[in-house]
Design a binder for this molecule. Structure first.
Ligand code: NAD
Length: 558
């Protein structure tokens, strides 16, 4: 059903300054949608899958065409409504309202299960939007790279005297997001072994520069790990195999990594690959999905248990936001201690939450011109705007040296409350002065400080117990509409699977006009401000302090 109406010409984002739509805002949405689908960017082009298991950009190719045609005819005071990857209406709003409003994968809470969603998906009524797939602000593996890099830097700070040199990180998954792991570890000077069952993905990541080398087999991988660990040299090794097989095998051989995590697509049992011959297993997924899911769950439990055992053997273990622990628990594995805490922590409570308290998160921008020079110009402006920020300087230096542009050139950069507004205006000014050759799209992941409720990930173990309170992302989406974002999205199930999260996204296009400067000022203050006030409300002192120092108004808190 996906293939019908597939365009004769392969979809790629148009470059340059020629508009096919009536406004730059609609053109930006169109180019970012095309960019998500670009075969160099997307995971399974034919099925419109961008990343994260089955995260789609549009419901099918027919609906894709309708979205494209609607964007092309959209007036400057109209807004297109998208329901799970299908354009369902155009309403008259006004020039400063969003041009696109998106709701993906949402179900009434009591019906919000993977099984029920799958039924509706099969009937062609819904689509899984993941986080940035269905909201058209995915920027390929780079999008997660800085967050992963910062997380491993935080692990290094907390456990290894500030560097991963001389340590081995063991992980799994070399897909859209997970493929960032090896480069993030080597950027921190560590050695990384990544297990991935699909051989072509291992080879692809070597080709793209995200992975240094493919090992022939486990013996070879162990030899390479030892060699680079001894030399204290950053190096990443990919091994074709299944994590549920390889991790127990490593335990049996008495191998203990220094850090163990994983980023397989465990959030959906149809995407986690069970043990066994890969061709046979993928065939089983087609022929007998129920049996495939049963085997996937058994493998997840084995995989998760091996992580727990490695932790018991002294490794630093962390969950990397794919709900492996949650799935294993559903299968009956004991993953919590007597106080109800997970045996090993998620990366947010473990390492990222203090950044969220400051309104920091995966902010990003993409050059609609398609010209990498635009991004390099903005990199320069970034370093000039924040001359004292050493982490940021280190990130830009490493990114320029090691991160390939895939699809529209883009940059991810974790900025906080105050910084985002300041830099959004700098970008708008560069557009106004013609220092970049076309408008710049500014957005962020849904995985951000004030835009997501996800009890097994972003809001795991909140201080006040508000982990599952989903009012916050809903308020975030409403606030961004009210402030003047160009497209706003509300999704269910990103990262951790249907029913396990609610999250919102926003994008605004810097077109260089004074009106846009006004809107950028509002949106880029409101949006990270939600992160500060959400965490202040939950009782985090750092967020309360940030609110007080930087003037985030919180009723009841002086
Ligand atoms: P993806 O589907 O693009 O890639 C996942 C990879 O895992 C695939 O290449 C797959 O072959 C591999 N895999 C599946 N089963 C495996 C097994 N048993 N052993 C080893 N490898 C296996 O997904 P992605 O975009 O890379 O995302 C991965 C997971 O991370 C998803 O659950 C996603 O929701 C989550 N995620 C986390 C974050 C974060 O910030 N922590 C961000 C985005 C996505």
């Amino acid at each position: 059903m996906y293939y019908e109406y597939k365009p004769a010409e392969t979809v790629r984002a148009q470059h340059g300054t020629t508009l096919r739509c009536k406004t730059w805002e609609a053109e930006a949405a169109l180019r970012m949608l095309e960019n998500n689908l670009d075969p160099a960017v997307s995971l399974v082009y034919d099925e419109l899958i961008v990343y994260g298991g089955a995260g789609r950009a549009a419901r099918n190719w027919k609906e894709y065409q309708t979205i494209v045609n609607t964007l092309k005819s959209l007036e400057a005071d109209e807004t297109m409504l998208v329901q799970s990857g299908k354009a369902v209406g155009v309403i008259r709003t006004w020039a400063h309202a969003p041009r696109v409003l998106i709701a993906n994968s949402n179900l009434v809470p009591a019906w919000s299960t993977q099984e029920y969603f799958d039924e509706l998906d099969k009937l062609g009524l819904m689509m899984y939007g993941q986080m940035t797939a269905g909201s058209w602000i995915y920027i390929a593996t780079q999008g997660i790279l800085q967050g992963t890099y910062e997380t491993f830097a935080a692990v290094a700070d907390k456990h290894f005297n500030g560097t991963l040199a001389g340590t081995v990180t063991l992980t799994a998954g070399l897909g859209g997001m997970s493929g960032a792991q090896p480069l993030a570890v080597t950027m921190n000077d560590g050695v990384c072994l990544v297990i991935e069952p699909i051989d072509a993905r291992v080879k692809q990541k070597v080709r793209e520069g995200y992975l240094d080398e493919q090992a022939h087999d486990l013996d070879h991988a162990l030899k390479l790990m030892e060699q680079y660990k001894q030399a204290r040299q950053g190096w990443s090794i990919g091994l074709t195999g299944n994590a549920a097989t390889v991790l127990p095998e490593l335990l049996q051989r008495n191998f203990r990594p220094d850090i163990v995590t994983d980023q397989t697509s465990a959030h959906d049992l149809m995407d986690y690959i069970p043990e066994g011959d890969i061709t046979a297993v993928l065939q089983l997924r087609q022929d007998n999905p129920e049996e495939f899911k049963r085997q996937a769950l058994a493998s997840i439990m084995k995989h998760c248990q091996a992580i727990i055992d490695m932790q018991a053997g002294g490794a630093v273990a962390l969950d990397y936001g794919n709900n492996l622990r949650g799935q294993a628990e559903k299968g009956g594995l004991r993953v919590r201690d007597e106080h109800g805490q997970f045996l090993y922590p998620g990366f947010v409570p473990g390492y990222i939450r203090p950044l969220f308290c400051e309104g920091k998160g995966p902010f990003r921008w993409a050059a609609l011109s398609g010209d990498p020079q635009d991004i390099l110009r903005i990199d320069r402006a970034l370093l000039e705007t924040f001359p004292d920020n050493k982490m940021l300087a280190r990130w830009i230096e490493k990114a320029q040296a090691k991160v390939p542009f895939i699809g529209l050139p883009a940059r991810v950069c974790w900025l906080g409350y105050g910084e985002r507004e300041k830099f959004g205006l700098v970008i708008n000014d560069l557009v106004a002065r013609g220092e970049v050759s076309a408008p710049i799209v500014i957005g962020r992941d849904h995985l951000d400080c004030g835009s997501v409720a996800s009890p097994n990930r972003e809001t795991e173990g909140m201080k006040d117990g508000s982990d599952a309170v989903a009012d916050w992302p809903l308020l975030n989406a409403l606030a961004n509409c009210a402030s003047g974002a160009d497209w706003v999205s509300l999704h269910n199930g990103g990262g951790v699977g249907i029913g396990n999260s609610t999250h919102a996204g926003m994008v605004i296009v810097a077109t260089g006009t004074p009106e846009k400067a006004e809107r950028l000022r509002r949106v880029l203050t409101t949006d990270p401000g939600m992160g500060v006030l959400r965490h202040a409300d939950a009782g985090y002192e750092l967020a309360q302090q940030v609110a007080e120092e930087r003037g985030v108004k919180i009723p009841g808190i002086e």
